[in-house]
Design a protein around this ligand. Structure first.
Ligand SMILES: Nc1ncnc2c1ncn2[C@@H]1O[C@H](COP(=O)(O)OP(=O)(O)OP(=O)(O)O)[C@@H](O)[C@H]1O
Ligand SMILES: [Mg+2]
Length: 319
């Protein structure tokens, strides 16, 4: 049985009448990367801010190691490093000054401090801009400075909120590898993201949250294996499908479920898709509904999200 290093118990935050985080229960294991995946407004940042004692829970609590975040705020903070979703700009305003100051308050000795700050700036391609003011930086560059703090600090528990938002794909891969290295050295990483691919490739386990509630938590592969059917055919039609045709399609052999993203955009969950694909295309031909695109996929974490909510993550972002 893995040892939990963060235990979240009934953690709740209300803003007025809104439950931003709604009685959340979750154990995060020592040494894992746990991805907290959910659409905009799901309650990810609010959860992380409570765990890092920036805001107080309305109800419930969490333990960081042995420390209760509601009563032992200072002690629980000693185990944590946080990279914020929206980094606050400080009075020290160059990457070098911000990171050197951060390394100092983390208690790194001078030599080690200089070495780690230089390493992080080089790795994150900030070295040439190290003396420029961050006020003129792009969102992606500011993000790099924020994530560098964690990579320099190397805390026992790293809490990172959308670490690669606005960062280009090469930068993303680099940061993912650096976070994996940190995990391999023994840190636990709790990462909030609304990017399916990031959650999938980086997390040992993924906790999916929606409207402040935990829907499910498991290894990405196990989550995908729970999708009824096991294969997905995604089809975009040139015209809307009628309810009658939809019902008929649902009754086709091996079709387990159909998600109607739009009346002309369907996700068909089914067994052995490669064998049945010709039948599906024939169905639309007979129904005289022309197909714009059709593709066969393995289930993704988006399908897991849709399985629980009836919405894709993209749809949930806009609702
Ligand atoms: N200080 C606040 N006052 C009032 N409402 C808030 C406050 N902070 C967050 N909320 C609301 O709580 C809900 C959860 O917000 P939160 O920032 O935790 O979501 P998130 O999952 O991090 O979303 P995103 O992916 O956009 O970062 C949202 O409806 C948000 O508007
Ligand atoms: Mg957020």
């Amino acid at each position: 049985m893995p040892t939990p290093i963060i235990r979240i118990q009934n953690l709740t935050k209300k803003f007025g009448n809104l439950y931003a985080v709604d009685h959340l229960n979750l154990d995060i294991y020592d040494g894992e990367i746990l991805g907290l995946l959910g659409p905009n407004g799901a309650g990810k940042t609010t959860t992380l801010l409570m765990l890092t004692t920036v805001i107080k829970p309305t109800e419930g609590t969490a333990y960081i190691g042995p420390y209760d975040i509601t009563h032992q705020t200072d002690k629980s903070r000693t185990l944590i490093g946080m990279a914020f979703q929206e980094p606050k700009l400080l009075w020290v305003s160059t990457p070098w000054a911000i990171l050197d100051w951060h390394a100092k308050i983390c208690g790194l000795p001078t030599n080690e401090r200089k070495k780690r700050v230089k390493w992080a700036l080089e790795e994150l391609e900030l070295w040439n801009d190290r003396h420029k003011t961050v006020h003129v930086f792009s969102g992606g560059m500011r993000k790099r400075v924020e994530i560098a703090k964690i990579l320099i600090q190397r805390p026992k528990i790293a809490i990172v909120d959308e670490p690669t938002a606005q960062i280009d794909i090469v930068g993303k891969h680099k940061i993912w590898n650096m976070l994996r290295d940190l995990r391999d050295e023994g840190s636990t990483i709790l990462l909030a993201t609304n990017e399916l691919y990031e959650a999938d490739v980086l997390s040992d386990r993924v906790a999916i949250i929606h409207k402040g509630k935990l829907l499910v938590c498991d290894e990405p592969k196990k989550l995908k294996d729970t999708i009824p059917g096991g294969d997905v055919i995604e089809v975009v039609l040139k015209e809307n499908i009628t309810q009658e045709h939809l019902a008929e399609l649902k009754n086709t052999k091996r079709v387990v479920n159909i998600l109607t993203i739009k009346p002309n955009h369907l996700k068909i969950y089914l067994n052995q898709a490669e064998e049945i694909l010709p039948q599906i295309t024939e169905f639309f031909m007979k129904a005289q509904i022309p197909i714009a695109t059709i593709q066969m996929n393995e289930p993704s974490l988006d399908d897991v999200f849709a399985h629980y909510t009836g919405l894709t993550i993209e749809e949930a972002q806009t609702k």
